[in-house]
Design a protein around this ligand. Structure first.
Ligand code: F6P
Length: 327
């Protein structure tokens, strides 16, 4: 006989990402459509521990598909990393009559979910919500496309002033330790180069590229740098460039948290909606400890252990494309 799920809890955890609200909406409505009650948990795992749990009806998720951020708030919760914290979370969950969880977040969220599911035999399904796109087993994550679009809009604006002043700009983008945002935003914004942690920084090659650019027709250059200790960040590269080439007028822009905000793109809204429906379907189908992913436009189920493996490769071929197009 199937394990019957009468009530599902939904939470967002870790860094917020545009499209999380669309995912909350899809999870809530699909559950209710299937006769399952929904309890919203505020502030991620912290809200499970502090008992911030509220029953949701369909109207609680009206008018949110277009909103950035997360209506459930989010947090990175240290207490959930302790056995005592998780025990409290489980007790509150059971008192609230929650049988299963849908957790929306990134690798930290799924690491916590995996341990919690194992310790207390809780059915948990994850939805990949992160601008970093760094989860394995899925082509893309909720929020990534919106962040990419935010970045290229900003770079377009910086290019205006870079061209007017004939400057070299190092623009730092987020991604934690992954270069997806940097590489793809560089391609989409027509940047001269992308410096990403997955590839050793070829500063000499970079100089060569920029020198050639300036020598030829270009009067400005844009280099997108992924935040990371490995790349040295935009400030690190700019410092080196200023020391070695004082003739360049170098500027740095760190885009920062602007990349996490804004109304989700159509692509992120559609992705989040599909994944939200797939999460409830998976729970009803007795799937456990998996992340919903999308591969070649098909929904897939990815074990948490694989999703958090930290081995998602960037498409190295894109670096070649970037190089060709930046001559
Ligand atoms: O994981 C999302 C992300 O925005 C990363 O790209 C970035 O390194 C980090 O979160 C920033 O975290 P915080 O908002 O805590 O400063």
């Amino acid at each position: 006989m199937k394990y019957e799920i009468k009530c599902v809890g939904v939470l967002t955890s870790g860094g917020d990402a545009p499209g999380m609200n669309a995912a909350i909406r899809a999870v809530t409505r699909t559950a209710i459509f299937n006769g399952i009650r929904v309890k919203a948990i505020y502030r991620g795992y912290k809200g499970l521990i502090t008992n911030e749990i509220v029953e949701f009806q369909t109207q609680n998720v009206s008018n949110i598909i277009q909103q950035g951020g997360t209506i459930l708030k989010t947090a990175r919760c240290m207490e959930f990393m302790t056995p005592e914290g998780r025990k409290l979370a489980y007790e509150n969950m059971r008192n609230a009559e929650i049988d299963a969880l849908v957790v929306i977040g990134g690798d930290g969220t799924f690491t916590g979910a995996r341990i919690f599911a194992q310790e207390f035999n809780v059915p948990i399904i994850g939805l990949p919500g992160t601008i970093d796109n760094d989860l394995s087993g899925t082509d893309t994550t909720i929020g990534y496309d919106t962040a990419l679009n935010t970045i290229i809009q900003s770079v377009d604006k910086i290019r205006d002033t870079a061209t007017s002043h004939e400057r070299l700009f190092f623009i730092e983008v987020m991604g934690r330790d992954a270069g997806f945002l940097a590489l793809n935003s560089a391609l989409a914004s027509g940047a001269e180069a992308a410096i990403i942690p997955e590839r050793e920084t070829q500063v000499d090659q970079l100089e060569e590229l920029i020198r050639n650019g300036f020598r030829k027709s270009k009067n400005s250059s844009i280099v997108i740098v992924a935040e990371s200790e490995i790349t040295g960040g935009a400030n690190g590269l700019a410092k080196r460039m200023r020391e070695e080439h004082p003739e360049y007028d170098v500027r740095v822009t760190i885009l920062g948290h602007i990349q996490r905000g804004g109304s989700p793109t159509a692509q992120d809204r559609i992705l989040a909606s599909r994944m939200g429906v797939a999460a409830i379907d998976a729970l009803m189908d007795e799937q456990r400890s998996i992340m919903i992913g999308v591969v070649n436009d098909e929904i897939v189920h990815v074990p948490f252990t694989k999703a958090i493996k930290d081995d998602k490769p960037v498409n190295a071929g894109l670096l070649g494309v970037l190089q060709i197009l930046s001559i």
